[in-house]
Design a protein around this ligand. Structure first.
Ligand SMILES: Nc1ncnc2c1ncn2[C@@H]1O[C@H](COP(=O)(O)OP(=O)(O)OP(=O)(O)O)[C@@H](O)[C@H]1O
Length: 457
């Protein structure tokens, strides 16, 4: 189980904000981001009085990227060291990773992921990888319930044409999405070979090469989803009330995302309460920081039922299903402006982000179904052999010979299945097939012999 990791990044004042006399109301102190509410009274000088209110939120990472002269300035490099490395090393271990950027329009989402140099544009860094590793990467932008492939289309004006579908086993996916494969024999250079000039460079990957480990084909396969969301101010239901043309869809994704995040956060807290009242009390209560000002405290008692999560209510949440409360490792980067002119958007982003860190995922290493079955059969054989040995040692008598033979027969059956499966899996692997074992074979030939059915003890 792992909480969604949340990072906040504060960008420099934009030219417009500087021109408008934008005052800096956000500050970063270690892992805490604070926002000041300038209660400006009506005096002509607009001077903020002593009623300024500070709200603080704790996160996994806080990046102050406002002024390069500042000693605590966080460069792209630092962001990469934390987040980029986490993404790449997680993928190298076989986890699916989702990194999604959330924030107001112009707050620096794209800059953080693709800027110059961006999170995934690095020339010199490299991360060691296992000998056989396939990573698929998608970089999608989601807007108005439509999906656009940012790796494929260099023309920003190209429309959002991709549709989301659901595979019975693999879950939601983007139809026609060119999930670019990347494969490394030795090292994962997180630099040029990833994204260059905002375009994905496909590595040549002619064959799937079987690497034998323990006499089984072995290969790490994982997926990195980079998701750039449309401006978060659209999550505010009142944002586009006058824009009839775009209708209700425009903010459906983000409103639903908000509901999904806060429901998951509530469910996770209810779960923690059931597990341990004391751990629930400490969760989010880091140094008295009001980490989750909305929707997490009242009524989240130990007996609270898990609420329904409306993933299917929007394309965005459907696509992020595995990343929010699912089996991926997920990182959210919330980007904000430091200017007082963006107070409400920044406050709303920080609230969202703060809620998101309560979401608990159950990351799972991807494992080929055939290899999993073989591993389970081998474990079963080991257990049967151990039982046989102890049975023979403790119960030897001619009367027990029949039981002994039964056990031996079961072990033999399992060993035969492992042999057949191993050969088949190797062949499938060599052929490059993505498919698993034929269902017929699975249902008739390969049911596991479970020791619960034995009558030994
Ligand atoms: N950390 C930063 N340091 C310097 N400049 C930044 C930073 N973040 C953003 N910018 C600049 O701010 C502008 C807006 O950034 P960006 O396009 O990444 O925003 P966005 O959140 O992706 O916007 P949209 O939602 O409209 O796509 C760009 O000119 C970018 O170069």
């Amino acid at each position: 189980m792992a909480n969604v990791r949340v990072a906040v990044r504060v960008r420099p004042l934009s030219k417009r904000e500087t021109k408008e006399g934008g005052r800096i109301i956000v500050e970063v102190d270690g892992k805490v981001a604070k926002i000041r509410n300038l209660k400006v009274d009506n005096r002509p000088d607009g001077f903020g009085d002593s009623r300024e209110k500070v709200v603080a939120f704790g996160f996994d990472y806080c990046y102050w990227s406002v002024n390069p002269e500042d000693p605590q300035y966080a460069s792209q490099d630092m962001v990469f060291q934390d987040l980029g490395t986490e993404v790449l090393s997680g993928a190298a271990k076989g986890y699916n990773i989702c990194l999604f950027a959330y924030g107001q329009t112009g707050s620096g989402k794209t800059y953080t992921m693709l800027g110059t140099p961006g999170l995934f544009i690095r020339e010199e860094d490299s991360a060691p990888l296992p000998s056989s590793c396939r990573i698929k990467v998608s970089f999608l932008e989601i807007y108005n319930e439509r999906v656009r492939d940012l790796l494929k289309q260099s023309d920003q004006k190209k429309s959002y044409t991709l549709r989301v579908r659901e595979h019975p086993e693999m879950g939601p996916y983007v139809q026609g999405e060119p999930l670019w494969s990347w494969r490394s024999e030795t090292k994962l250079n997180s630099g040029k070979c990833w994204i260059s000039n905002n375009k994905w460079k496909r590595q040549s990957c002619p064959h799937r090469q079987a690497i034998l480990e323990n006499n089984l084909p072995s290969e790490i396969a994982s997926k990195i989803n980079l998701v750039d969301l449309a401006g978060s101010e659209r999550a505010d239901p009142s944002y586009c009330k006058d824009r009839i043309t775009e209708g209700a869809n425009i903010n459906k994704s983000l409103v639903t995302l908000g509901i999904v995040i806060s429901t998951l956060a509530q469910n996770s807290q209810a779960f923690s309460s059931c597990q341990s009242l004391s751990s629930a009390a400490s969760d989010g209560g880091d140094s008295g920081i009001p980490s989750s000002p909305s929707g997490t405290s009242s009524g989240a008692g130990p007996s609270r039922k898990q609420s329904y999560i409306p993933y299917r209510d929007s394309v965005l949440t459907w696509l992020l299903k595995d990343s929010l409360g699912g089996n991926s490792k997920t990182i959210m980067v919330a980007t904000v402006s430091p200017s007082h002119t963006c107070y409400s958007e920044t406050m709303s982003t920080l609230r969202y982000a703060s809620n998101a860190k309560h979401i608990i995922n159950k990351p799972r290493v991807n494992e080929d179904a055939n290899i999993k079955l073989i591993r389970e059969l081998r474990e079963e054989i080991g257990r049967l052999k151990a039982m046989l040995l102890s049975f023979e040692l403790t119960n030897y008598s001619p009367l027990n010979e029949e039981k002994d033979e039964n056990l031996k027969e079961l072990i033999l059956q399992n060993e035969l299945k492992v042999g057949v499966l191993g050969g088949l899996s190797y062949a499938l692997h060599h052929l490059g097939s993505r498919s698993h074992l034929p269902p017929l074979f699975l249902s008739h030939g390969c049911s596991l012999v479970r020791t619960e059915r034995l009558y030994l003890v």
